[in-house]
Write a protein that binds this ligand. Structure first.
Ligand code: SAM
Length: 276
C-alpha cells in the first residue's frame, strides 16, 4: 500500500515517514463506529491513510483550514488559480505580501502556492499574523497536479473542518469516536518553540492541557492515540497509558529521516490490530 498517496502539502512534523508504523497501531476505518477526530490535522497524512467514514479535522492554523475548505468547495478552481501565479521570486513576494485573494478558492490557491514555493515548506507568521517565510524556488511546485487536488477533495467531501484550539475539539467527542492527536513538538525539548506553525507558541503548559483533555476523553470512554516526543516530562503526563517507541521518523533537519525518532505513540487502548 502506498501510504503517501495523498501528500499535497509540505508540512513540518508531517507523519508521512512513519505512516506504516502508525497505521498498524490505529483502528481501521470500519473499527471506528463514531467520528474520527484530528485536532492538529496539519497535512493530514494519517487521516488520508485511514480515510474514515465520518471525520472532524481541525487545526489552529486558519490559512491551512481555508486551504482545505477551498479544495472542498471547488478543487478545479483552486488549481486554476494556483497555475496562474508566475514563476519568479518577485512573484512569490507579490503573492505573499501584496496580493489580496477574493473568496475561498483564491485564498486556498494562495496558501497552496506559498506552501509549495516557500523555504522548506515552513509555516511561520510574524506578530501581525502575516506569513513571513522566504522564497524556496519552483521545484516543489509542480510535483502536484489537479488530480491530487481532486483526490483530496474526494477524501474530505464529508469532513467537518474547523479552525479551533484542540481542547474544545477533544471535549466535543463522545463514546465511539476516535481521536488521533499529533501536537507540535520537537523530540527532547520540553519547552516548545514552534513559531513555525502559527503565531502562537505551543508550550509545556499546552501539553499539560492536552493530557488533561485526553484524560477527560478516556473518562467518556473515547479511544485516542497520540504521537509525542519521548521526553520524560511529557511521558510522565501519560502514566498508565500504553507507550510504544516509534522506530523511524523525521530528523531535526527539515526533510531528513532517522532510525530512532525519539518519538512515541501513546494510546489509551491495548494494541488494536486494526480494531480498538
Ligand atoms: C505536528 S503538526 C501536525 C502534522 C500532521 N499530523 C501531518 O501529518 O501533517 C501540529 C499542528 O498543530 C497545530 N497547532 C498548534 N497549536 C495548536 C492548538 N493550540 N490547537 C490546535 N492546533 C494547533 C499546528 O498548526 C500544526 O498544524
Amino acid at each position: 500500500m502506498n501510504y503517501e498517496s495523498i501528500s499535497f502539502l509540505r508540512y513540518p512534523g508531517g507523519k508521512g515517514r512513519m505512516l506504516e508504523f502508525l497505521v498498524k497501531h490505529l483502528p481501521s476505518s470500519t473499527a471506528i463506529t463514531g467520528k474520527y477526530v484530528e485536532p492538529f490535522v496539519g497535512g493530514g497524512s494519517v487521516y488520508f491513510s485511514i480515510q474514515p467514514k465520518k471525520a472532524v479535522l481541525s487545526d489552529a492554523n486558519q490559512d491551512l483550514i481555508d486551504l482545505y475548505l477551498g479544495i472542498q468547495k471547488d478543487a478545479r478552481n483552486v488549481w486554476k488559480n494556483f497555475v496562474r501565479f508566475g514563476r519568479t521570486k518577485t512573484e512569490y513576494f507579490r503573492v505573499r505580501d501584496v496580493y489580496s485573494p477574493r473568496g475561498l478558492t483564491q485564498k486556498a490557491a494562495r496558501v497552496l502556492f506559498l506552501n509549495r514555493t516557500c523555504f522548506k515548506g515552513m509555516w511561520r507568521h510574524n506578530s501581525n499574523g502575516d506569513f513571513n517565510v522566504g522564497y524556496g524556488g519552483q521545484d516543489r511546485r509542480w510535483v502536484i497536479n489537479q488530480e491530487n487536488l481532486l483526490q483530496v477533495k474526494n477524501a474530505i467531501r464529508q469532513v467537518k473542518l474547523l479552525c479551533s484550539d484542540f481542547e474544545e475539539v477533544i471535549d466535543n467527542t463522545n463514546e465511539g469516536d476516535f481521536i488521533f492527536s499529533d501536537p507540535p513538538y520537537r523530540p527532547n525539548e520540553k519547552e516548545q518553540l514552534h513559531s513555525h506553525y502559527v503565531g502562537k507558541k505551543f508550550m509545556f503548559d499546552d501539553h499539560i492541557r492536552l493530557s488533561k483533555a485526553l484524560k477527560r476523553a478516556t473518562k467518556r470512554k473515547v479511544k485516542w492515540a497520540l504521537t509525542i516526543s519521548a521526553h520524560p516530562e511529557i511521558l510522565a503526563l501519560y502514566k498508565g497509558n500504553c507507550i510504544l517507541k516509534i522506530p523511524r521518523g523525521t530528523g531535526r533537519k527539515p526533510g531528513s529521516t532517522v532510525n530512532d525518532s525519539g518519538e512515541v505513540l501513546i494510546t489509551n487502548y491495548v494494541k488494536p490490530e486494526r480494531g480498538i
